[in-house]
Design a protein. Structure first.
Length: 264
């Protein structure tokens, strides 16, 4: 292909087999369980990039368990941890870890926004299936299969007013190694992503957002996937909601390569 044709490519592999087209990516009917909690500050600090600090002491975190019923990438599960942080006078949700079970959102997430995605096995259940615990939704995360990294559950007790929920931009570290030895990364930056989510409504007009008793456990420490560093000290609240949203390009808010850093 010539240079003009080459310039029309957005993602690899170049040509008709590209992994993904440019944003926006549409998400519809996404079912989210998320549980807020506090974590150990020293452990959280060890996972934050330069210039990013925990917004509270002890840090506030969110364990997120997502079932995407429909998206531009197809249906898939996803789980991640958010840390409430400050960067240059503004509050964000920073994402140290994220798992998915679909290769295309994994590739797009890492390459466009720097989401630290890996593949994992995730399952969810909500009563039934021969279990007597029908009031709890349970989401399990394993990597590899049989090695439990995180379990999230919630019993939905009451409706929650969406207006009372905090809406913060997401912050992530996008780092791409250099192809040559003894060179700094090709990309090293902090990326901001703003997402406007729309809650689904029930037939009576009430939003499909509930608050309840949540649980988060990370009881299988792994040096390969050290989510246990963000294990809960105190559970705060649990929520379950159904959303639509679109993902657009992000914005670079710090370029580390423009700074005088001694890269090893």
């Amino acid at each position: 292909m010539d240079l003009n044709e080459f310039g029309k490519n957005y993602s690899q592999p170049i040509g008709p087999g590209n992994a993904y087209a440019p944003p926006p990516y549409l998400y519809r009917g996404v079912e989210d369980t998320f549980v807020t909690y506090t974590a150990d500050k020293a452990a959280v600090d060890s996972l934050l990039p330069p210039g990013v600090e925990a917004a509270e002491d002890p840090p506030n975190c969110i364990a997120w368990a997502r079932w995407t019923a429909w998206s531009s990438f197809g249906p898939y599960h996803e789980s991640y941890i958010m840390v409430r942080v400050n960067f240059e006078g503004e509050t964000y949700l920073y994402q140290p870890f994220i798992f998915t079970d679909n290769e295309i959102p994994l590739v797009a997430g890492r390459e466009i926004w720097g989401f630290a995605k890996k593949l994992a096995t995730m399952e969810r259940s909500y009563g039934g299936s021969g279990t007597p615990f029908g009031e709890q939704a349970v989401f399990t995360v394993e990597r590899p299969k049989g090695r439990r990294i995180m379990t999230v559950s919630i019993a939905c007790d009451e409706l929650q007013d969406p207006a009372e929920m905090e809406d913060l931009p997401v912050l992530s570290t996008r780092i791409i190694p250099n192809s040559e030895a003894d060179k700094p990364p090709s990309v090293a930056e902090l990326v901001r992503l703003d997402v406007e989510a729309h809650i689904h409504n029930s037939a009576d007009g009430t939003p499909k957002l509930w608050r309840g008793r949540g649980s988060v456990t990370m009881d299988s420490p792994s040096q390969v996937d050290p989510w246990y560093l963000l294990a809960p000290v105190e559970i705060l609240d649990g929520y379950f909601g159904i959303y639509d949203f679109d993902l657009y390009h992000g914005k670079v808010v710090r370029d580390y390569l423009s700074e005088d850093i001694d890269w090893v």
